[in-house]
Write a protein that binds this ligand. Structure first.
Ligand code: PLP
Length: 287
């Protein structure tokens, strides 16, 4: 396995960063998770746009043009000879001193990791997930915007821990007003009739690339898609619920806080979207 680290390809054992890196000391940096399907990097441009927007928002200079970094990622994928994989691109503020001041960090550290990935066991895509809602809230958009995919994932980690304490694999967090925001690392959709609903960006969620792709695919399949705020009640009473994310892809939810969703198994519309998603991630790479 080859890891790109600041201009070099190194082995996993040699992929090391200083303890003075502000990504390590303070979570000061940004990242992307991207997927490779049959040798094609899925929606690369959208991921790169988001990475550069995240960096701009926290005033972090990525020491490469967007085109250069895109090429470096493609090169790392090629070097690892993986047809299906998960890419993690990380840009941290770099090595500084023990103070917070980012001006003491000379240059950003850039890391690209490519490896095979399986997040949920395969069976769960057939049976669907049981999830809960948890006390940890999504951070408010007027503080650090949830649109920034930063290295500060403590909120999301607490959500995942709260899920584990409830003996389930994933959980939903609400925003400070009690509207459903998203999962720990995935966006949420509910289906009522033939309409798909997902929370709008201002509710406080990451603008998921998979979410946007699913909205495109659903519209093309003739579904109505609405970005509207909704509450836990709406989730409990939905016909279908599913999550989307680069790692999770599209996965049905069959129970939320003990309430059985629909028939208690992945719904027909969710399955249709999952099928379309699996087809399109490969098709989009065929030029
Ligand atoms: N929400 C959060 C907090 C995430 O970390 C992710 C994962 O990247 C998502 C949603 C899903 O976004 P995407 O589909 O771009 O992976």
């Amino acid at each position: 396995q080859w890891i790109y680290l600041n201009g070099e390809f190194v082995t996993k054992e040699n992929a090391k960063i200083s303890v003075y890196d502000h990504g390590f000391l303070y979570g000061d940096g940004v990242f992307e998770g991207i997927r490779v399907y049959s040798g094609n990097i899925f929606r690369m441009e959208e991921h790169m746009d988001r990475l550069y927007r995240s960096a701009k928002s926290i005033m972090l200079d990525i020491p490469h043009s967007q085109e250069e970094l895109t090429n470096l990622i493609a090169e790392t994928v090629e070097k690892n000879q993986l047809e299906n994989a998960y890419i993690r691109a990380v840009v941290s503020r770099g090595v500084g001193d023990l103070g917070l001041d980012p001006r003491n960090c000379v240059s950003a550290n850039v890391v690209i990791i490519v490896e095979p990935l399986s997040i949920f066991p395969k069976e769960l895509y057939e049976t669907g997930l049981e999830i809960v809602t948890v006390p940890t809230r999504r951070n408010r958009p007027d503080v650090l915007s949830p649109k920034v995919k930063s290295l500060n994932y403590l909120n999301n980690i607490l959500v995942r821990m709260e899920a584990q304490l409830a003996n389930v694999n994933e959980a939903l967090m609400l925003n400070d007003q009690g509207y459903v925001a998203e999962g720990s690392a995935d966006n949420v959709f509910i289906v009522k009739g033939t309409t798909f609903y997902t929370p709008p960006g201002y509710i406080g969620a990451l603008e998921g690339i998979t979410r946007n792709a699913v909205m495109d695919f659903a519209k093309e399949l003739g579904y109505e898609v609405k970005e509207e705020p909704f509450t836990r009640h709406d989730v409990y009473t939905a016909d279908e619920v599913f999550l989307t994310g680069t790692a999770a892809e599209v996965i049905a939810v069959v129970k939320v806080d003990g309430r059985v969703i629909g028939e208690g198994q992945p719904g027909i519309h969710t399955n249709k979207i999952l099928e379309e998603f699996r087809k399109r991630v490969i098709q989009e790479g065929v030029k």
